[in-house]
Design a protein. Structure first.
Lengths: 431, 394
């Protein structure tokens, strides 16, 4: 079985901070794995009109530990509520594991599928971690590349783990993890692609490409160890990591999308788990890779990552029933169509079809508020939207706007009132 | 019976406005209420009903959450007391509701009192904290009162020839006026430089562009003009009073009928109040105005919305000195909210008292010679509710 890659998109925070001689993406406080994933999916929407039947989210930095993240992405991106949603939140391997699940869904007639992975570094110990998301749209045919689930691997090997109740993860000796751990597993999986024998799960599917010259793209938890392993296998080198950092579960998906016009086996290994996807490029793969590489290479240099605001005196009201009741308003920006206009927020007692507000517009006015307790300063803006409606809200952290600027609305987290992450939309510059 | 020209203000009083750590909410309310009753020359037992304006009881341990606060503070039982709350129009709405009961013939003597106790907590702990924490979890997050008016300041400065120095000029004028008002929270003069150098609150507004948060109370006693004539005491007449409400608190800034250089709600309220009072040319027919200068930009916009000048001409009106104490149309002779402070529920009653004192001829050092008629204005929401009253000599 195999998948066709119809489209790919990234959401990479614009700020790039120094990291190991290169740089990595650093998201501000109002972006997390859900907002990054949603932005990537929204970018995907711009490339394809296909109506996905499923959304698979992979992340090892979920805002909600026990699940409930994928449906937030679906709401923020307007994918609808009759969607198959699932999330994998175990290891970076899950980026490619989600592709394997997508293959099964598509084979069962459940496509197209969005496979999305996101990473938001949460701990200072995640030194190699960049923030970002990648979304792929896959279906049975009509794509720019064929994605074939390759070999997989599972053995007891614990290099980074967290037991129930642990606030921080535990780590094995780096020399064990980086030399005997994941890189070895990755090499095993990559090598399996070149063998016709079904020595490991999935290698049978890899058979048709086994005779080709596959370049190996290796993703493990250490950028240095990954590069070493990839060099040893004659791989092309990771052209993303030096600009983005390692994007957790999103990184192997990024390498799938960046494979370009070379047949590539993308391998990810995390602890004792290994997973591979074989990318067979078709027409348009190189152009897609080139466009994504430009996004990888973009961004704005900065000296340091943005800090979290001191939220002194900030204890916002929250209500789970209200959040559910008004989810269309909050997450999909939907108003009520009445007399040809979209009324937002939807007025009580006005019936009509729901329609989302336009997401682009021009700033009418703005201010920088120094006394709002939710942050050190909060920029607020009023936007005349392209559909004639208005939006009033915060400017995205790490961004600035001015009167008459063209802007877009982006999903962001507002606050954690009552322990519930409240998502809404913010104003972002189009610059 | 129509309200216009039929209701008289026969007594009024106000407490000091300021940070009054030695006064609780009920004490403020009692002081203003008793003062107005004494000023009217009546016995407390003669009052038949009362209206209480308190906007934010949450800053005073819920005191003022119901009209029963008047019952307690003024031993008012068992007479009816109604609490009203309309953002910063709260005090004027209390007066308007009380006046309606007189005009309707339901009562002969009523009390309208506004009180607010905001400074049992720090300035940021009062309205800013409430705005940040208790408002809508998505639609209002990031809002503060100064932040909402700063949006107008930036747009106004973008549209018209208006500078930060012009905005500062409002604060300078009103603080100078407050030197002649014994109840004002601040009575020291300011310079433009001081205003410009003050810490920023919501750009372009600094702390001296903003009204402070304040404790205070004010009250008026109302009766019919017919009855007032029999009392043999000076009185003022409510020639017109109108409340306009154009939108909800959260929804307003999402609607496309707001151009951020004007408040339609003030224009609506002024139109009705002026019609009631027979005013067609406000500049010619009013002797002075007390308007809602919660932020410096608001006063400039109010000039225009109250019909004292055309759109975009507010700055020139200020620069030319027309609205100064010795100008043709003095505005905020009391010092306004800028210097008096803004105990939200009390402010609307205070500005009506200020105009009533002027037309009665007892405004002391602030007195405008031969004052016959003035307008009082409050704006709340911001920009979704406004009340305008025209007060004339009895």
């Amino acid at each position: 079985m195999s998948l066709e890659l119809l489209a790919a998109a990234t959401a990479l925070p614009v700020r790039r901070v120094p990291w190991r001689g290169g740089r990595r993406c650093a998201a501000p406080f109002d972006q997390d794995a859900v907002t990054l994933a949603a932005e990537a999916v929204l970018a995907l929407h711009k490339q394809s009109d296909a109506r996905p039947a499923a959304l698979l989210l992979a992340t090892v930095s979920p805002p909600y530990e026990e699940g409930g993240n994928a449906q937030l992405v679906a709401e923020l991106t307007g994918l609808g509520e009759s969607l198959f949603c699932a999330e994998l939140t175990a290891t970076p391997r899950d980026g490619l594991a989600a592709l394997r699940l997508a293959d099964g869904l598509v084979a069962a007639g459940g496509g197209p599928v969005i496979v999305c992975a996101a990473h938001r570094a949460r701990r200072s110990g995640e030194r190699d971690a960049g923030d970002g998301a990648v979304a792929l749209l896959v279906d049975r045919d009509g794509g720019v590349a064929t994605l074939t689930p390759g070999p997989a691997h599972a053995e007891e090997l614990r290099d980074r783990w967290r037991r129930s109740g642990d606030a921080e993860p535990r780590e094995a000796d780096p020399s064990f993890a980086d030399e005997l751990g994941a890189p070895r597993v990755a090499a095993l999986v990559a090598a399996a692609c070149a063998r016709p024998a079904p020595a490991v799960v999935g290698v049978g599917e890899a058979g048709p490409v086994a005779d080709r010259e596959l370049q190996a793209a290796i993703c493990v938890g250490s950028a240095r160890a990954g590069a070493r392993a990839e060099r040893a296998l004659g791989g092309p080198g990771d052209r993303a990591v030096a600009s983005t950092g390692l994007l957790g579960a999103a990184h192997p998906l990024l390498r799938v999308a960046l494979a370009g016009d070379r047949p590539t086996v993308v391998v990810v290994a995390s602890g004792g788990l290994g997973e591979a996807t074989i990318v067979t490029p078709g027409e348009g793969a190189a152009e897609l890779a080139s466009a994504l590489q430009a996004q990888v290479d973009g961004g704005r240099e900065a000296d340091s990552a943005p800090g979290d605001p001191a939220q002194v005196g900030f204890d916002p009201y929250a209500s789970a029933p209200r959040a559910w009741r008004e989810r269309a308003q909050d997450l999909r920006l939907e108003g009520v169509v009445h007399d040809g206009r979209v009324l937002f927020p939807p007025p009580a007692g006005v019936d009509g079809p729901r329609r989302g507000l336009a997401r682009r517009g021009r700033v009418i006015t703005w201010t920088r508020d120094h006394v709002y307790p939710g942050a050190d300063t909060v920029d607020m803006a009023v936007v005349a939207l392209a559909d004639g409606n208005r939006f009033y809200g915060q400017v995205a952290a790490d961004d600035e706007v001015a009167i008459d600027d063209e802007v877009t609305l982006v999903p962001r987290r507002l606050h954690d009132g009552g322990g519930v992450v409240q998502y809404f939309w913010k104003v972002a510059s189009c610059r | 019976m129509p309200i216009a020209g039929e209701v008289a203000i026969i007594g009024s009083a106000a407490t000091r406005f300021g940070v009054l750590h030695d006064h609780g909410y009920l004490e403020l309310l009692a002081e203003a209420g008793r003062g107005a009753i004494a000023d009217a020359g009546i016995e407390p037992s003669q009052l038949e009903a009362a209206w209480l304006g308190t906007a934010e009881p949450g800053t005073a341990a819920l005191l003022g959450d119901a009209g029963t606060a008047v019952t307690e503070a003024l031993a008012f039982a068992p007479r009816p007391v109604t609490r009203v709350s309309t953002f910063c129009c709260t005090g004027m709405e209390a007066v308007r509701a009380a006046a309606m009961s007189i005009a309707a013939g339901e009562h002969d003597l009523v009390l309208a009192v506004g009180a607010e106790k905001m400074r049992d907590v720090t300035p940021r702990g009062s309205l800013v904290a409430r705005t940040a924490n208790l408002t809508h979890p998505t639609l209002a997050k990031g809002r503060t009162a100064p932040g909402q008016f700063a949006l107008l300041a930036n747009r106004y400065m973008h549209e018209y020839e208006c500078s930060a120095e012009d905005l500062a000029g409002v604060a300078v004028k009103n603080h100078a006026n407050a030197a002649r008002n014994p109840i004002a929270q601040y009575s020291d003069p300011l310079t433009v430089e001081q205003v410009l150098r003050a810490p920023r609150v919501a750009e372009p507004l600094g702390v001296l562009d903003c009204t402070p948060t304040t404790d205070g109370a004010a009250a008026v006693v109302l009766t019919s003009v017919t009855h007032a004539r029999t009392l043999g005491r000076p009185y003022a007449v409510i020639e017109g009073i109108a409340l306009s409400v154009v939108d909800g608190y959260y929804a307003g800034f999402f609607h496309d009928d707001h151009d951020y250089t004007s408040f339609a709600v003030t224009r609506e309220a002024a139109q009705v109040a002026y019609r009631q009072a027979g005013i067609e040319e406000p500049r010619a027919q009013l002797d002075m105005v007390e308007c809602h200068d919660c932020f410096t930009i608001t006063e400039l916009i109010n000039y225009e919305d109250l019909g004292l000048c055309g759109r975009g001409e507010g700055v020139e009106l200020l620069r030319s000195g027309v609205t100064a104490a010795d100008g043709d149309m003095p505005v905020n002779l009391s010092g306004g909210l800028q210097a008096c402070g803004h105990p939200v529920g009390a402010t609307g009653v205070r500005v009506i008292k200020e105009i009533a004192d002027q037309v009665i001829g007892r405004a002391g050092e602030r007195q405008v010679a031969d004052a016959r008629r003035g307008a009082a204005h409050t704006l709340g929401g911001p920009g979704v509710a406004s009340c305008v009253a025209v007060i004339g000599a009895g």
